[in-house]
Design a protein around this ligand. Structure first.
Ligand code: 5GP
Length: 159
């Protein structure tokens, strides 16, 4: 698999571009999918000045092998949902849409426990490949850069 290594600058411009599109939908809150969505969500907050909530999912185990079932590692409590999500336009942010499994589960979990007015899903990179899951049709999907099935080494992954 090819590897690509976008710089912070590259990501900055992609985030700016995504934010310009997202702003048209006037989101009330940003939900970052931990850990990959944390830095992109914070970068987006510079443009979309709204609070950030965090949820977590784990799809790969400690050996980097895809697990059979995705694991929810962090979620929103009822008070937070009432205050920030119900009746609101929610922007879900992750760094990359690979198989789409994580985004799908995040949207489905959100719909199970809350009543958002609109759900927007945004990622820095979307890999153009056969997806394992589909997002429901009411979701507004705003990807940044579309790429092939390459492995992305993000600047925050480098040690
Ligand atoms: P999914 O297959 O559910 O779309 O992606 C699951 C997670 O795998 C992503 O949120 C991300 O953390 C990780 N992932 C998938 N592809 C890549 C990649 O190319 N680079 C990095 N750094 N993480 C990836």
């Amino acid at each position: 698999m090819e590897k690509i290594s976008p710089s912070y600058d590259d990501i900055h411009y992609i985030v700016k571009d995504i934010s310009n599109k997202v702003i048209e939908f006037n989101p009330d809150v940003i939900i970052a999918i931990s850990g990959g969505g944390l830095i992109p969500a914070r970068m987006m907050r510079t443009h979309i000045q709204k609070p950030i909530l965090t949820v977590g999912f784990q799809l790969y185990d400690k050996n980097d092998t895809m697990m059979e079932n995705i694991k929810k590692t962090q979620w929103l409590d009822d008070e937070i949902i009432k205050q920030f999500v119900d009746g609101k336009t929610v922007l879900i942010v992750d760094e990359v849409d690979d198989t789409r499994t994580t985004l799908y589960h995040c949207v489905e979990e959100l719909k199970k426990c809350s009543t958002p007015k609109n759900i927007i899903v945004s990622v820095i990179h979307n890999k153009l490949k056969l997806k394992k899951k589909l997002l429901s049709e009411d979701v507004i999907y705003i990807p940044g850069k579309e790429i092939g099935d390459d492995w992305i080494l993000y600047p925050w992954d480098c040690n």
